[in-house]
Design a protein around this ligand. Structure first.
Ligand code: SF4
Ligand code: SF4
Length: 290
Protein backbone atom coordinates (compact mmCIF):
# COMPACT_ATOMS: atom_id res chain seq x y z
CA UNK A 1 0.00 0.00 0.00
CA UNK A 2 1.20 3.50 -0.82
CA UNK A 3 0.69 6.84 0.89
CA UNK A 4 0.92 10.28 -0.66
CA UNK A 5 2.82 12.78 1.48
CA UNK A 6 3.13 16.49 0.72
CA UNK A 7 5.38 17.59 3.56
CA UNK A 8 7.65 16.04 6.19
CA UNK A 9 9.60 17.61 9.01
CA UNK A 10 10.32 17.76 12.72
CA UNK A 11 8.34 19.87 15.11
CA UNK A 12 8.45 20.26 18.88
CA UNK A 13 5.21 19.74 20.86
CA UNK A 14 2.71 21.51 18.60
CA UNK A 15 1.15 18.40 17.08
CA UNK A 16 1.64 15.96 19.93
CA UNK A 17 4.10 15.60 22.82
CA UNK A 18 7.85 16.05 22.50
CA UNK A 19 9.92 16.18 19.37
CA UNK A 20 8.06 14.59 16.49
CA UNK A 21 8.33 13.67 12.86
CA UNK A 22 5.28 15.22 11.23
CA UNK A 23 3.97 13.62 8.05
CA UNK A 24 1.46 15.70 6.09
CA UNK A 25 -0.72 13.42 3.99
CA UNK A 26 -2.21 14.48 0.68
CA UNK A 27 -5.96 14.95 0.16
CA UNK A 28 -8.75 16.61 2.12
CA UNK A 29 -12.53 16.39 1.84
CA UNK A 30 -13.01 19.88 3.30
CA UNK A 31 -12.29 23.21 1.66
CA UNK A 32 -11.60 25.68 4.42
CA UNK A 33 -10.91 29.07 2.82
CA UNK A 34 -8.31 29.81 5.53
CA UNK A 35 -6.40 26.54 5.05
CA UNK A 36 -2.69 27.05 5.66
CA UNK A 37 -1.78 23.95 3.62
CA UNK A 38 -3.99 24.29 0.54
CA UNK A 39 -1.57 22.25 -1.55
CA UNK A 40 -2.67 19.29 0.58
CA UNK A 41 -6.31 19.45 -0.56
CA UNK A 42 -6.47 17.70 -3.98
CA UNK A 43 -6.09 13.94 -3.74
CA UNK A 44 -3.77 13.82 -6.77
CA UNK A 45 -1.72 16.81 -5.67
CA UNK A 46 -1.39 20.17 -7.36
CA UNK A 47 1.36 21.88 -9.34
CA UNK A 48 3.07 24.49 -7.19
CA UNK A 49 5.07 27.31 -8.70
CA UNK A 50 7.70 29.47 -7.08
CA UNK A 51 7.77 32.83 -8.80
CA UNK A 52 11.44 33.69 -8.48
CA UNK A 53 12.47 30.34 -10.02
CA UNK A 54 9.71 30.02 -12.59
CA UNK A 55 10.94 30.58 -16.12
CA UNK A 56 10.44 29.27 -19.64
CA UNK A 57 12.90 26.41 -19.18
CA UNK A 58 10.59 24.88 -16.56
CA UNK A 59 8.11 23.76 -19.22
CA UNK A 60 8.94 22.15 -22.58
CA UNK A 61 5.40 22.90 -23.78
CA UNK A 62 5.69 26.65 -23.52
CA UNK A 63 3.17 26.99 -20.70
CA UNK A 64 5.37 29.48 -18.85
CA UNK A 65 5.38 32.98 -20.31
CA UNK A 66 6.51 36.20 -18.64
CA UNK A 67 6.95 34.39 -15.34
CA UNK A 68 3.38 33.05 -15.29
CA UNK A 69 2.16 29.48 -15.71
CA UNK A 70 -0.85 28.96 -17.98
CA UNK A 71 -2.62 26.19 -16.07
CA UNK A 72 -5.07 25.62 -18.91
CA UNK A 73 -2.16 24.21 -20.91
CA UNK A 74 -1.27 21.97 -17.94
CA UNK A 75 -4.83 20.64 -17.75
CA UNK A 76 -4.42 19.23 -21.27
CA UNK A 77 -0.83 18.04 -20.78
CA UNK A 78 -0.46 14.30 -20.36
CA UNK A 79 3.32 13.96 -20.06
CA UNK A 80 3.71 16.39 -17.16
CA UNK A 81 7.46 16.19 -17.70
CA UNK A 82 8.00 19.25 -15.48
CA UNK A 83 6.94 17.40 -12.35
CA UNK A 84 8.68 14.17 -13.18
CA UNK A 85 11.86 16.11 -12.63
CA UNK A 86 11.40 16.87 -8.93
CA UNK A 87 14.57 18.93 -8.70
CA UNK A 88 13.00 21.99 -10.25
CA UNK A 89 12.42 24.80 -7.83
CA UNK A 90 10.15 26.73 -10.16
CA UNK A 91 7.57 23.98 -10.65
CA UNK A 92 6.81 20.88 -8.64
CA UNK A 93 3.99 18.55 -7.73
CA UNK A 94 2.85 19.01 -4.14
CA UNK A 95 3.12 15.36 -3.14
CA UNK A 96 5.23 12.26 -3.44
CA UNK A 97 4.19 8.65 -3.02
CA UNK A 98 5.84 6.23 -0.57
CA UNK A 99 5.09 2.66 0.38
CA UNK A 100 3.99 2.08 3.97
CA UNK A 101 7.18 0.06 4.50
CA UNK A 102 9.36 2.96 3.29
CA UNK A 103 7.70 5.32 5.74
CA UNK A 104 8.03 2.85 8.59
CA UNK A 105 11.77 2.52 7.85
CA UNK A 106 12.14 6.31 7.78
CA UNK A 107 10.29 6.70 11.08
CA UNK A 108 12.38 3.96 12.69
CA UNK A 109 15.58 5.64 11.56
CA UNK A 110 14.34 8.87 13.16
CA UNK A 111 13.81 7.26 16.59
CA UNK A 112 16.83 8.96 18.24
CA UNK A 113 15.10 12.29 17.54
CA UNK A 114 11.89 11.38 19.38
CA UNK A 115 12.88 12.88 22.72
CA UNK A 116 10.56 14.21 25.47
CA UNK A 117 7.85 11.69 24.64
CA UNK A 118 8.00 12.35 20.91
CA UNK A 119 7.17 10.12 18.00
CA UNK A 120 5.33 10.40 14.72
CA UNK A 121 2.30 12.56 13.92
CA UNK A 122 0.13 12.01 10.88
CA UNK A 123 -1.63 15.16 9.78
CA UNK A 124 -2.85 16.66 6.55
CA UNK A 125 -4.66 17.43 4.45
CA UNK A 126 -6.94 14.91 6.04
CA UNK A 127 -5.32 11.63 7.01
CA UNK A 128 -8.50 9.57 6.67
CA UNK A 129 -8.60 10.21 2.91
CA UNK A 130 -6.00 7.41 2.72
CA UNK A 131 -7.74 5.37 5.39
CA UNK A 132 -6.53 1.81 4.81
CA UNK A 133 -2.91 2.78 4.26
CA UNK A 134 -2.99 5.06 7.31
CA UNK A 135 -4.37 2.28 9.47
CA UNK A 136 -1.62 -0.02 8.25
CA UNK A 137 1.07 2.58 8.87
CA UNK A 138 -0.19 3.30 12.40
CA UNK A 139 -0.33 -0.40 13.21
CA UNK A 140 3.24 -0.96 11.99
CA UNK A 141 4.58 2.08 13.84
CA UNK A 142 2.99 0.68 17.01
CA UNK A 143 4.73 -2.66 16.41
CA UNK A 144 8.03 -0.77 16.33
CA UNK A 145 7.27 0.91 19.65
CA UNK A 146 6.87 4.37 18.12
CA UNK A 147 4.49 6.84 19.77
CA UNK A 148 1.71 7.77 17.32
CA UNK A 149 -0.37 10.93 17.15
CA UNK A 150 -2.93 11.88 14.53
CA UNK A 151 -4.43 15.24 13.70
CA UNK A 152 -7.68 14.91 11.74
CA UNK A 153 -10.92 16.71 10.88
CA UNK A 154 -13.00 13.87 12.31
CA UNK A 155 -15.24 13.46 9.29
CA UNK A 156 -14.55 9.86 8.26
CA UNK A 157 -17.40 7.44 9.09
CA UNK A 158 -14.88 4.74 10.13
CA UNK A 159 -12.69 7.00 12.27
CA UNK A 160 -13.38 4.93 15.36
CA UNK A 161 -11.49 1.96 13.84
CA UNK A 162 -8.23 3.88 14.30
CA UNK A 163 -8.61 4.19 18.08
CA UNK A 164 -6.49 1.10 18.96
CA UNK A 165 -3.64 2.39 16.79
CA UNK A 166 -3.40 5.97 18.06
CA UNK A 167 -1.67 7.13 21.27
CA UNK A 168 -2.65 10.80 21.03
CA UNK A 169 -5.72 11.99 19.17
CA UNK A 170 -6.02 15.56 17.90
CA UNK A 171 -9.25 16.49 16.16
CA UNK A 172 -10.38 19.79 14.65
CA UNK A 173 -13.94 21.00 15.16
CA UNK A 174 -14.54 24.07 13.02
CA UNK A 175 -18.14 24.93 13.86
CA UNK A 176 -21.00 23.74 16.05
CA UNK A 177 -23.63 24.81 13.50
CA UNK A 178 -24.10 22.43 10.60
CA UNK A 179 -25.40 25.01 8.12
CA UNK A 180 -22.54 27.40 8.70
CA UNK A 181 -20.07 24.54 8.48
CA UNK A 182 -21.50 23.47 5.14
CA UNK A 183 -21.72 27.02 3.82
CA UNK A 184 -18.03 27.85 4.50
CA UNK A 185 -16.33 24.47 4.18
CA UNK A 186 -18.52 22.60 1.74
CA UNK A 187 -19.41 19.59 3.92
CA UNK A 188 -21.59 18.86 6.92
CA UNK A 189 -20.14 18.64 10.45
CA UNK A 190 -22.35 15.66 11.36
CA UNK A 191 -19.66 12.99 11.25
CA UNK A 192 -17.21 15.20 13.09
CA UNK A 193 -19.77 15.68 15.88
CA UNK A 194 -20.51 11.96 16.01
CA UNK A 195 -16.83 11.11 16.11
CA UNK A 196 -16.23 13.74 18.77
CA UNK A 197 -18.67 11.88 21.00
CA UNK A 198 -17.26 8.41 20.31
CA UNK A 199 -13.57 9.26 20.36
CA UNK A 200 -13.84 11.32 23.57
CA UNK A 201 -15.63 8.41 25.19
CA UNK A 202 -13.30 5.66 24.00
CA UNK A 203 -9.85 7.27 23.78
CA UNK A 204 -7.78 8.30 26.78
CA UNK A 205 -5.91 11.26 25.27
CA UNK A 206 -7.92 13.63 23.07
CA UNK A 207 -7.24 17.23 22.14
CA UNK A 208 -10.02 19.07 20.31
CA UNK A 209 -8.84 22.06 18.32
CA UNK A 210 -11.00 24.94 17.20
CA UNK A 211 -9.49 27.46 14.78
CA UNK A 212 -11.00 30.87 15.58
CA UNK A 213 -11.80 32.46 12.23
CA UNK A 214 -12.97 36.08 11.85
CA UNK A 215 -16.61 36.30 10.79
CA UNK A 216 -17.05 32.53 10.89
CA UNK A 217 -16.97 31.42 14.52
CA UNK A 218 -15.53 34.22 16.70
CA UNK A 219 -18.57 35.90 18.28
CA UNK A 220 -19.80 35.71 21.88
CA UNK A 221 -22.75 33.69 20.59
CA UNK A 222 -20.27 31.27 18.99
CA UNK A 223 -18.47 30.82 22.32
CA UNK A 224 -21.80 29.76 23.84
CA UNK A 225 -22.49 27.54 20.82
CA UNK A 226 -19.22 25.65 21.20
CA UNK A 227 -19.70 25.35 24.96
CA UNK A 228 -23.15 23.84 24.35
CA UNK A 229 -21.83 21.35 21.80
CA UNK A 230 -18.86 20.25 23.90
CA UNK A 231 -20.91 20.01 27.08
CA UNK A 232 -23.30 17.67 25.34
CA UNK A 233 -20.85 15.61 23.28
CA UNK A 234 -17.56 15.33 25.15
CA UNK A 235 -17.70 12.18 27.22
CA UNK A 236 -14.28 11.38 28.64
CA UNK A 237 -12.32 13.17 31.36
CA UNK A 238 -9.21 13.07 29.18
CA UNK A 239 -10.48 15.46 26.53
CA UNK A 240 -9.20 19.04 26.37
CA UNK A 241 -10.05 21.88 24.00
CA UNK A 242 -7.67 24.36 22.44
CA UNK A 243 -8.63 27.53 20.55
CA UNK A 244 -6.21 28.57 17.84
CA UNK A 245 -6.07 32.08 16.44
CA UNK A 246 -6.48 32.65 12.71
CA UNK A 247 -3.40 33.65 10.77
CA UNK A 248 -2.67 34.24 7.10
CA UNK A 249 0.45 32.06 6.88
CA UNK A 250 -1.03 29.98 4.07
CA UNK A 251 -1.89 32.91 1.80
CA UNK A 252 1.27 32.67 -0.31
CA UNK A 253 0.70 28.97 -0.87
CA UNK A 254 -2.75 29.61 -2.36
CA UNK A 255 -1.01 31.79 -4.93
CA UNK A 256 1.62 29.09 -5.57
CA UNK A 257 -1.24 26.68 -6.32
CA UNK A 258 -2.75 29.18 -8.75
CA UNK A 259 -5.80 29.77 -6.57
CA UNK A 260 -7.36 32.90 -5.15
CA UNK A 261 -7.14 33.34 -1.38
CA UNK A 262 -10.76 34.08 -0.57
CA UNK A 263 -10.45 35.16 3.06
CA UNK A 264 -11.09 38.86 3.56
CA UNK A 265 -8.49 40.73 5.59
CA UNK A 266 -9.36 40.33 9.25
CA UNK A 267 -8.08 39.20 12.59
CA UNK A 268 -9.26 37.80 15.87
CA UNK A 269 -9.72 40.67 18.32
CA UNK A 270 -7.66 40.71 21.52
CA UNK A 271 -9.46 38.89 24.33
CA UNK A 272 -11.55 36.62 22.10
CA UNK A 273 -9.45 33.52 22.78
CA UNK A 274 -9.79 34.15 26.54
CA UNK A 275 -13.55 34.68 26.15
CA UNK A 276 -13.91 31.28 24.49
CA UNK A 277 -11.69 29.58 27.06
CA UNK A 278 -13.55 31.13 29.98
CA UNK A 279 -16.96 30.24 28.50
CA UNK A 280 -15.89 26.61 28.21
CA UNK A 281 -14.36 26.53 31.68
CA UNK A 282 -17.62 27.88 33.15
CA UNK A 283 -19.25 24.84 31.56
CA UNK A 284 -16.74 22.43 33.12
CA UNK A 285 -14.70 21.84 29.95
CA UNK A 286 -10.90 21.79 30.21
CA UNK A 287 -8.99 24.18 27.94
CA UNK A 288 -5.29 24.16 27.12
CA UNK A 289 -2.76 26.02 25.02
CA UNK A 290 -0.01 23.90 23.49
S1 SF4 B 1 2.14 20.11 -16.71
FE1 SF4 B 1 2.85 20.03 -18.84
S2 SF4 B 1 2.25 22.03 -19.63
FE2 SF4 B 1 2.18 22.23 -17.44
S3 SF4 B 1 4.18 23.00 -16.85
FE3 SF4 B 1 4.28 20.77 -16.74
S4 SF4 B 1 5.07 20.10 -18.70
FE4 SF4 B 1 4.35 22.20 -18.92
S1 SF4 C 1 -9.72 20.43 7.10
FE1 SF4 C 1 -7.62 21.17 7.45
S2 SF4 C 1 -6.46 20.47 5.67
FE2 SF4 C 1 -8.62 20.31 5.13
S3 SF4 C 1 -9.08 22.23 4.10
FE3 SF4 C 1 -9.60 22.48 6.27
S4 SF4 C 1 -7.78 23.38 7.21
FE4 SF4 C 1 -7.17 22.52 5.22
Amino acid sequence: MNIRVFQKGFNYSQDGTGNRLILHLQGCNMHCPWCSNPEGMPMDGVILTEKEWLNESCCPKGAVKDGELDRQVCDLCEEKSCIRNRRQKGIRLSCQEYSVEELVRECEAAKPMFFDGGGVTLTGGEISMQFEAVKELLRKLGDKGIHRAIECNGSHPRMEELIPYVDQWIMDVKHYDEEKHREWIGVSNQWTVRNLERVSELHGDVLIRVPLIPGFNDSREDAEGFAGLFKEKIRGEHTRVEFLIYHEYGKGKWEQCGWEYRMKPGRIAPGVQELFENTLKENGIACVRT
